[in-house]
Design a protein around this ligand. Structure first.
Ligand code: PLP
Length: 395
């Protein structure tokens, strides 16, 4: 079996989830689905364009395109005018190439020297985060008799990967001695551009700009500069520079719930299922594993065929809500791996009725931002936690 076939397993993320939508199979019968609204994706790219103008966009599609399905989402983003794609590591880049995607791809994460040849073979742009890594890339490219495409990574305060801003000149000087690398860009990443307090973002930006003075000082052309992520696009327009790297806002989700409320971003993803069982629970009955919820009166409870095994977080037990019949109803008892219970009080619901866990139903909408706030995590984690076993359907 080759990796070009649909429904194959990948070393990370399990079964390739974005193939379910196109390949008919047993998963198409599953009532629990993630709907991806491709028109919302286009709307969100237009929102970004309204802020950044003609600057190139690197559409970030790491972690299965934030849960939306790597290949289909990437193809659609390119159709919507996104210029390049960004992924976290090598395997994601290779998967895009094997699907026939020819656009420039930047791999944001750290490089293991032993992988450099694969980056070059698949024409992936490599993040060089130190002089040592740059030399590994150069030696590999020289040995292969090929050219490597490189972005230089400067650490301005995240302390993740990248040469420290105060040593950046060492990396810049090292590029002058390499023969087999094209320096396609130089970048840094913000630690808290989503914060209400702009001070650390400003400091990081100053450090970055100061480091970049190396180039004019030595009468060298400055490579393409990029630092802005979604939150910076939304609240730090002075940092847009030559190119932006946007992830979460492409998917219609805000890095902080109250950011840029005027901007008409639309959520792309909807997680839904159908009622699979209806019952009346008697007063004092315990519901679910460990009996963490007890009925205070006779009440109607429905069971949904979705659980934490689908990536719907178990910590939402007894605090999350679900839309059924256009109304919010509380999840009761502990969420199990594949099922959960919802109390509908005295409302009515029937088998096969639609239940929405994330997204719009009727006039109400459960957002990722809201779910994240309920359980004190980030909307990024809500999206990327959605499991590969949930079929993605593209609308
Ligand atoms: C994930 C990531 C981004 C995108 O961040 P968003 O907040 O989703 O826009 C940009 N740059 C780097 C280096 C990243 O790791």
């Amino acid at each position: 079996m080759t990796n070009d076939e649909p429904n194959v397993s990948y070393p990370y993320g399990g079964v390739r989830s974005d193939s379910y939508g196109s390949a008919p199979g047993s998963y198409d019968l599953r009532p629990t689905q993630i709907e991806i609204d491709l028109s919302a994706l286009r709307n969100n790219v237009e929102c970004i364009r309204s802020i950044i103008g003609e600057r190139p966009i690197v559409g970030i599609v790491k972690a299965n395109a934030y849960g939306h399905g790597l290949i289909r989402t990437s193809q659609e983003l390119l159709k919507c005018g996104v210029d390049q794609l960004g992924v976290a590591f090598l395997e994601e880049g290779i998967e895009l190439r094997r699907a026939g995607i020819a656009a420039p791809i930047l791999v944001l994460g750290g490089l293991l020297g032993s992988q450099a040849a694969h980056f070059i073979d698949y024409d992936l742009m490599i993040t060089a985060s130190s002089v040592f890594k740059l030399m590994q890339i150069e030696e590999t490219a020289a040995a292969l008799g090929k050219r490597a495409k490189v972005h230089l990574k400067i650490d301005t305060g995240l302390e993740r990967i990248g040469i420290h801003y105060y040593n950046a000149h060492q990396l810049f000087e090292a590029t002058l001695g390499v023969q087999h690398c094209d320096i396609c860009g130089v970048f840094s990443h913000f630690a808290e551009s989503h914060s209400q307090d702009p001070s650390f973002t400003r400091l990081q930006f100053e450090r970055f700009m100061e480091a970049l003075e190396f180039f004019p000082r030595h009468s060298l052309p400055t490579p393409t500069r990029h630092i802005a992520n979604s939150a910076a696009v939304l609240q730090h327009p002075e940092t847009l520079l030559d190119m932006v790297r946007v992830g979460i806002m492409l998917y219609g989700v805000r890095p902080r719930a109250d950011l840029a409320a005027h901007l008409p971003l639309r959520p792309v993803l909807r997680l839904k299922t159908r009622v699979v069982y209806f019952k009346v629970v008697s007063k004092d009955a315990r519901v679910g594993y460990d009996g963490t919820w007890v009925a205070s009166e006779n009440t109607r409870v429905v069971t949904l065929p979705v659980g934490y095994g689908d990536g719907y977080r178990r910590t939402l037990s007894n605090v999350g809500t679900v839309l059924i019949g256009g109304k919010r109803h509380p999840i009761v008892g502990n969420i199990s791996m594949d099922q959960m219970m919802v109390s509908i009080g005295q409302c009515s619901a029937h088998n096969e009725d639609e239940a929405v866990l994330i997204g719009q139903q009727g006039s109400d909408c459960i957002t990722c931002e809201e779910l994240a706030a309920t359980i004190d995590t980030s909307p990024y984690e809500i999206l990327t936690g959605l499991a590969a076993r949930v079929p993605r359907r593209y609308l």
